[in-house]
Structure formats: structure tokens, C-alpha cells
Design a protein around this ligand. Structure first.
Ligand SMILES: C[S@@+](CC[C@H](N)C(=O)[O-])C[C@H]1O[C@@H](n2cnc3c(N)ncnc32)[C@H](O)[C@@H]1O
Length: 255
């Protein structure tokens, strides 16, 4: 049974983890490819049917909605602020660049894609270097330990990373990323919500285990940020209610 289900390239890649963990940037491309009409990966006829099921199921739909959400945020950010500086932590292939007019029209002062996987960042450089996107091939630990100084940003976001981070590291990264904001800047962190329909298939068949967070657990990750530096904390979920976004805004100035 498992062998048959693994004829689906998406299930197969999650299970065998060629980059040591499920949900790498190549897997995410399988998900985005359904929306962008990219060629299907090679597989059997059965594999293709299962692929259509897995890459159209709620978790995948949530990932597509997540990319759309951040592309809208990017376009609005470039409209509201002149040439803002943006950092994506764990950018993967940075496919939001396919959807954001502001990225393509070079409306940003800086766009930085940070990821631990240099192979993923090669793809970012090849496809989006022409739009001025810079890459930093470092794990998040380099930010936490301060061995890398990426700069200061008007918008920092992280999609598809916190689902793998325990509470301690999640809190540390939220606190550190908040410190890296310019006055008035925003940090946006996405996480899967509990109760998604495909958890059973993902865990049992794909061996893809994520950390799901409630609204309260999202707020919990902000508690090490000094209260007087926070302008606001807001939570909203994407259109399918599978993924939650937390936006923490830094005050313009601290009195
Ligand atoms: C699920 S993908 C999300 C990619 C992209 N943000 C997106 O939404 O399409 C997770 C990404 O996190 C990166 N990653 C995992 N652990 C990391 C770490 N410790 N430091 C930096 N990046 C990491 C992986 O290389 C991968 O590109």
C-alpha cells in the first residue's frame, strides 16, 4: 500500500527526505506548480492521480494561500513606504516573487532571502537575482548567535519555518527578528493551525510531522519582546483557515 502511495512524487519526496527534512523548496514547487501550471514531475498514471490529491488537499491549498497573502503584503508595503527593506527568513525558492509586482518592478530598497539551503538560494539567484534579490546562505542560528548581521528591515517575514521550530527556538527567533526591525517595521510569522484535514495522511504516509500552533501559542512566542517596543500584535488566518499569520509591529519611536 505504502509503495503504491509513494508513486506520487510529492509523497515520495516527503517520505525519503533527500534534503534531510520533509517540505523542502522542491516540494513547495510541486504545490505552487498546481497554480502556476508548471510541468508535472515524471511519475506513473497512479502517481499522477495521487499527486493531484495531495497537492490540492487543504495543507497544500494553505501553502498557496500563504504565498498569495505575502505577495499582497509585499505589494502594499512598497506602496506605503518608499523603497522599504525586506527580509524573508527561510525563503526557500522565494516563489512569492512570481506574484509580487513590487518585487518585479524593483520597488524595494533591499530584498534579502535567507535560507540554510544553498541549493535553494542558487535557484533564487538564477530566477530573481535580476530583480535585485540578495541571498544569505545561513541557518537561523547565525541570526540568533549574531554571527551574521543581515541589516535592519521594514518588513521581515517567515513562511514555512515556524512549523518546524519548538517553542524555545520560535520565541528566540521572534525576539531576534523583532530587534532587526526598523522603527515602525513589521514582523510576520506564519504557522499551520491545528486540526487540518490532511494531518493523518501527512504523518502516516508522508512522515511529515509539523508543529501546529493555536492563536494563544502564537502570542506566546512574543512574550520576550519588551512591551514598550510593541505597537501592535495582530492575528489573522488565510482564506482556508489552515494557516495563521501573526503580525507584530514595532513602535516608531520609544519614549
Ligand atoms: C517549507 S520551506 C518554506 C520555503 C518558503 N518560505 C515558502 O514558503 O515557499 C522551509 C524552508 O526552511 C528552510 N530551513 C529549514 N531549517 C532552516 C534553518 N534552521 N535555518 C534557515 N532555513 C531553514 C529550508 O531550507 C526550506 O527552504
Amino acid at each position: 500500500m505504502l509503495t503504491l502511495l509513494h508513486e506520487d512524487p510529492f509523497t515520495h519526496r516527503a517520505f525519503y527526505k533527500p534534503r534531510k527534512y520533509a517540505g523542502d523548496a522542491v516540494m513547495l514547487d510541486y504545490i505552487y506548480g498546481q497554480e502556476d501550471y508548471w510541468p508535472l514531475p515524471e511519475c506513473t498514471a497512479l502517481g499522477k492521480q495521487i499527486f493531484d490529491y495531495t497537492t490540492l488537499a487543504p495543507a497544500s491549498a494553505g501553502v498557496r494561500a500563504r504565498r498569495g497573502y505575502i505577495a499582497d503584503v509585499l505589494d502594499l508595503a512598497a506602496f506605503e513606504t518608499t523603497r522599504p527593506h525586506v527580509l524573508s527568513i527561510a525563503s526557500g525558492h522565494f516563489r512569492e516573487a512570481e506574484m509580487s509586482a513590487a518585487i518585479r518592478r524593483r520597488r524595494f530598497g533591499r530584498v534579502v532571502a535567507l535560507d540554510a539551503d544553498p541549493q535553494s538560494l542558487n535557484e533564487v539567484e538564477t530566477r530573481y537575482g535580476r530583480y535585485g534579490v540578495e541571498t544569505i546562505a545561513e541557518p537561523l542560528m547565525s541570526l540568533l548567535k549574531g554571527t551574521v548581521d543581515a541589516g535592519r528591515f521594514d518588513l521581515i517575514y517567515s513562511l514555512g519555518l515556524f512549523d518546524y521550530l519548538n517553542e524555545k527556538i520560535g520565541r528566540r527567533l521572534v525576539t531576534k527578528a523583532f530587534e532587526m526591525l526598523r522603527p515602525g517595521g513589521r514582523l510576520i510569522v506564519a504557522n499551520f493551525l491545528p486540526g487540518i484535514h490532511d494531518i493523518g495522511y501527512m504523518e502516516a504516509i508522508m512522515d511529515w510531522k509539523l508543529i501546529y500552533r493555536t492563536r494563544q501559542e502564537m502570542i506566546g512566542m512574543t512574550l520576550d519582546i519588551p512591551e514598550e517596543e510593541i505597537q501592535s500584535v495582530a492575528l489573522e488566518s488565510e482564506e482556508n483557515n489552515n494557516i495563521i499569520f501573526m503580525t507584530i509591529r514595532r513602535k516608531n519611536e520609544i519614549k
